[in-house]
Ligand binder design. Structure first.
Ligand code: URA
Length: 242
């Protein structure tokens, strides 16, 4: 990574601020003052420091957000606010993006990262990563619905969804359920529920692989993943807890 990008990523200001720091001889690489803002750091070998303090090298960021309603899962949008707008500039500078999409009116667990490989691992249809949603549904859910979900319910366009789990938490005119799917087609859960003759009125993702939404995050809040959470995702431990 370029020296000026690293320092900007690590919160030493904009690229312009960082250039000024370098010009003032405040920045060293391996103990030597450098004037080369474009210096390509080798993370294995090179240690950069500002005012004598070593700058920890961080290539990518990994954030868990409790997505609020009203924001789109994109990096830019002409009309709507995006989840990236909710991030502090110190995180935005990594050019992160959401790994997978939640609808504008869906809340809950969203991984935002700059790590394209990991995002691919989590969202590729081939990987079958489980996603669990808590939903409020208008209509009484039945044992038959449960069976249809398990068999693979047929959607409005004739597509047969992969087998999914419907766990009924509360049965009534307004039912509460948890739905676990392994695919992520457009409006997947809403369309599955519609195929059962009912309507999702509230949707929140609570799990992706083994990553569970941190219950202490209010909607709109986010935190960095811990190293062990990142390792767990990276090592493909993304199936349901057994
Ligand atoms: N399924 C949906 O219908 N919407 C979402 O946001 C996620 C899954």
């Amino acid at each position: 990574m370029r020296l000026d990008k690293l320092l900007a990523n690590m919160g030493y200001g904009s690229r312009k601020d960082v250039k000024a720091l370098i010009k003032k001889k405040k920045v060293t690489v391996n103990g030597e003052v450098t004037r080369d803002t474009a210096y390509q750091l080798n993370p294995e070998k090179d240690a950069a420091a500002v005012n004598g303090e070593i700058v920890p090298y961080q290539k990518d960021i990994y954030l868990m957000m409790n997505k609020p309603q009203g924001y789109v899962s994109a990096t830019v949008d002409d009309r709507d606010k995006t989840v990236i707008d909710l991030l502090q500039p110190a995180y935005q500078i990594f050019n992160p993006f959401p790994a997978g999409r939640l609808d504008k009116d869906t809340e809950g667990l969203l991984l935002i990262t700059s790590d394209g490989d990991l995002a691919h691992q989590l969202t590729s249809p081939k990987k079958n990563v489980e996603k669990t949603y808590y939903a409020k549904i208008r209509g009484r859910v039945t044992e038959e619905d449960k069976q249809n979900f398990a068999d693979g319910i047929v959607l409005d366009d004739g597509y047969k969804a992969k087998p999914a789990t419907l766990a009924i938490l509360q049965r009534g005119e307004l039912s509460e359920v948890e739905i676990t799917v392994t695919e992520g087609k457009f409006h997947q859960v809403k369309r599955m529920v519609k195929a059962a003759g009912k309507k999702v009125v509230y949707l929140k993702r609570i799990r992706m692989g083994n990553l569970h939404l941190d219950g202490s995050l209010k909607t709109g809040e986010y935190r960095e993943l811990t190293d062990s959470e990142v390792d767990m995702l990276r090592n493909g431990e993304n199936k349901a807890d057994s």
